[in-house]
Design a binder for this molecule. Sequence first.
Ligand code: ZN
Length: 129
Amino acid sequence: MPKWILNTKFKFDAAHLIEGYEGKCGRMHGHSYKVHVEAKSNTLHPSKYLDTDDMVCDFRELKWASKGSEKGGLDHAVLNDELPVNPTAERIAEFIYKETNRRIPDDVSLKITVWETESCWVEYTEDDV
Ligand SMILES: [Zn+2]
């Protein structure tokens, strides 16, 4: 079966604190988050900007989180205000996954990787493979 694997990466700067954390992460601070999005599909689709079936999905839909928070993204946001859960790296990856998934065709499977620092990152997917 054919398979396309779309990849994109972006950065955003944001503030957060981990609620209930005993230690310095419990105080407000910032990170330059790096995000990698992998989108896999066996079929191609049209998009909001293209009528023909020639895309896994639009790169633009995968990069929504890189926009400023006033435009619905996460750049220069306070993540505690944007996420409905405690904004650990794990929860940020899950949030980006769910919000991205809503914007793309149903049969595209996603994997989101979020780097909180150069040496600490987390992957999130709901794919069994
Ligand atoms: Zn932090």
